[in-house]
Structure formats: C-alpha cells, structure tokens
Design a protein around this ligand. Structure first.
Ligand code: SAH
Ligand code: SF4
Length: 391
C-alpha cells in the first residue's frame, strides 16, 4: 500500500487518497503520516462503514480544522450507481459505472435469516474459463480496494432509513462476481480486512468467502495474511477435463491446488471446510462416473460441495443439465458421504444469477489471450501480473 499513502501533506498536486479503501492498519498509517493521532483511524472507519457517511463535514467528532486538512489530501469516493433493480424473489442488483466507461455488477441475495452479497474484484477477467461469460469479455483492469469495499458500502447503505439505527442486512459476502480475486491480491485483501473489521462491517470470517479458480502462489500467500473462508472453482474431477474448462489448470494442476488448499485450512485457527464449486454442464462433467472420481479426489479434505447448474448465455456452447441429471449427480456424492448443495438460481429475471455477472467491459484488447500464452510459456503468476500491470 506504500504508493497509496501520501508523505508530503504540503504538496497539493499529490493525488488524493480515497479513504474508503483503507483498512485499519493503512488508515492508522495515513493519520500518523498526517501528523494526527492514530485513534482518528477508528473514528473515520466507523463514519464511513458503520454509518455510511461520504462527506467529511458529517464527521462531527472530528474538528473543523482536521476536516479541512483531510479534504486537502483525501477524498471519499463511493460507487457511481447507474442502475439498480429488484427481482421478484427479492434479489437486488446494482450496476456501478467505473472511470473509463466499464461497469461492474453487485448482487444481494436474501435467504431465510441471511443476506448474501456477491461482489466483483476486477473488471472482466483474464482467465478465460470456457463456460464463463465474464471470462469471454476479456480483462480490463483490477478494481481498487475502495471500489471493492464500495460495493458492500452501497448495499449496506441501500437499506438505511433516515433516523433509524442501521440494521445488518448483509450477513455474508462472497467474492464470486466478476474477476479472479487472487489476481488482485492486495486490493482484495484490504477490502476483506474491512469486511471482517469490527469497526467497519464486522462480518465473521466464516461468512466472508473468497472464490478462486486456483492461482496457487497467491492462495499460498493467503496463509497468515487472512483467515476468511475459501471456495475453489474445481468444475472437473481430473486434469484432462479441467485443462479444457479452467485454463489456469495447465499452470497449476489439481494436485498443486488441493495441496495449497490443505495448507490454507491448516493455517486457520479453527476447523473450517472449503467449498468446492462445481458448475454442472450437460454431458461435459455431469456423468455419474465423474461424481465417483470427484468423491475419490476429495476424500481427505474437509469440503462441502456446491453444485452450480450452468447459467446459459448466448453462444456458450454448453447446456444446463436436466433436473434429473443434477439430482442423480448430487445423490451420488451424498451417498459417498459428502455435504452437497445445489445452488438455487436466483434473480434470473434481472440477470443476477451468480456466475452470470458480466457488467460491461470496455477497452479490451484480447488481453486474456496474451495471459494464457504467458501461462503456457511457464511464466510465474507474479510475472504475468507484472506484465498485466505494465500494459
Ligand atoms: N473468478 C472466481 C470468482 C468468480 S466466478 C472463480 O472462478 O472462482 C464465481 C463462480 O461462478 C465460479 O465458481 C465460476 O466458475 C462460476 N461460473 C462462472 N460462469 C458460470 C456459468 N455460466 N454458470 C454457472 N456458474 C458459473
Ligand atoms: Fe475468471 Fe472465474 Fe470466470 Fe474463470 S470463472 S473466467 S476465473 S471469473
């Protein structure tokens, strides 16, 4: 985060820091560098994230002089919502316009006693999984930590009523919208910190879930950095099929991925299961023999399996299996002793089914093709990330 901080308060040309994206540690550093007391960090984080304030002048326990000083070096930039909609089933969707013209989608899914927010981490995605509409759009850029946490900020605020103390509607967050969170590691980690920070949203580590297609070196980096929950987009029981569906598997195969997952689980202070996501596509990965193979593959890892019936999009080339095929696949895994759920498709009428969040990705120059080439040539994820950042 060093480059986000300012070190010269008197330099007016310095780009303003968006305070919305700073976790507690970075916010404390920010105030110390500004010559202010560390405790201001907690005050400001509470204003921003517990009360949904976006104007320094509303922060009434901070002196006017400090607020003026803050305005000179910092800003509070919240998402620019261009569109929102409710589904018949209570699902809500927001589309936020990002600088540059692209947009990202955020979805809220209410379910008995809980509310899950599905948020995006990048504009587009460079990994090009064969069945994913986000991947098909290519990659535009990483979201900043402010743009990531901003999605929770706007969802929480959308339920506020004037004069009434805020209630918690969003109880769970899943990083399952657009993008591959582990390819935007630092920004995603800062946002995840804020989700779990008591002075911000205070969500339990069991209720904040990062979903990854398996960027193994960065999954290894999560150990000791965070203790949020993990979901793995597996989708296939063997490397041959996974190479076709999830191209990053050619770089980090299933064995490497599962070893990394076990390492992460072992690093957690509590006993936790990892969620295995398996998008079911007819006659691609939904045969009973594949359920058997999956049952063997996962036998010594504490998992719950989430089957996602494929969400169709134009020219995908895949079909959603019939209910019969979904049920028999599920039952096979249940009979093998697994805890299996089938994800209900929600918000269909407003195109808000998770894994179907496409937003609008502008200015893409087939970067994903270059990414895959780099992966195939054996570049490390860090090299690939550097290469992407340089473009
Ligand atoms: N990049 C991350 C998180 C975003 S995708 C990842 O891949 O895990 C969220 C989930 O939706 C992933 O499991 C993804 O494989 C799945 N998904 C993508 N496209 C889908 C589709 N068309 N139908 C059903 N699930 C899909
Ligand atoms: Fe990217 Fe995930 Fe879609 Fe794959 S499934 S292209 S990793 S968003």
């Amino acid at each position: 985060m060093t480059d986000l901080m300012f070190d010269d308060v008197s330099n007016p040309s310095q780009e303003k820091v968006n305070l919305l994206g700073l976790n507690l540690k970075d916010m404390e550093r920010f105030f110390l560098e500004m010559g202010e007391k560390k405790f201001r960090a907690v005050q400001v984080i509470k204003w921003l994230h517990q009360r949904g304030v976006s104007d320094f002048d509303d922060m009434t326990d901070i002196s006017k002089a400090t607020r003026e000083k803050l305005k000179r070096v910092a800003e509070i930039k919240v998402p620019d919502i261009t569109w929102q909609d409710y589904s018949k089933d209570g699902t809500r969707k927001w589309v936020s316009k990002m600088p540059g013209g692209s947009s990202v989608e955020t979805v809220f899914i209410p379910e008995d006693g809980r509310g899950t927010l599905c948020i995006s981490s990048q504009i587009g995605c460079s990994l090009d999984c064969s069945f994913c509409s986000t991947g098909k759009q290519g990659f535009n850029r990483d979201l900043t930590s402010a743009e990531i946490i901003g999605q929770l900020w706007l969802a929480a605020k959308s339920f506020d009523k004037p004069g009434v103390k805020r209630e918690r509607h969003v109880t769970n967050v899943v990083l399952m919208g657009m993008g591959e969170p582990l390819l935007n590691f630092d920004n995603v980690m800062s946002a995840v910190d804020l989700m779990m920070e008591d002075n911000a949203y205070g969500l339990s580590k069991r209720r904040v879930t990062l979903s990854t297609s398996g960027v193994v070196p960065n999954l290894d980096k999560m150990r000791g950095r965070t203790d949020c929950s993990l979901a793995i987009s597996l989708h296939a029981p063997n490397d041959e099929l996974r190479n076709q569906l999830v191209p990053i598997n050619k770089k980090y195969n299933i064995e490497q991925l599962l070893t990394s997952v076990k390492g992460y689980l072992a690093s957690l202070p509590d006993k936790r299961e990892v969620t295995i996501e398996y998008t079911l596509m007819e006659k691609v990965n939904d045969d009973l023999a594949q359920a058997d193979e999956l049952a063997v593959l996962l036998k010594d890892i504490p998992v719950k399996i989430n089957l996602i019936p494929f969400n169709p999009f134009p020219n995908s080339g895949y079909r959603r299996p019939s209910n019969n095929r979904i049920v028999r696949f599920r039952d096979k895994l249940s009979a093998a002793g697994y805890n299996v759920t089938v994800r209900k498709t929600r918000g269909d009428d407003i195109d808000a089914a998770c894994g179907q969040l496409v937003g609008k990705v502008e200015d893409v120059t087939r970067r994903n093709e270059r990414f895959i080439k780099l992966v195939e040539q054996g570049s490390s994820a860090a090299e690939v990330a550097r290469n992407r950042a340089a473009r």
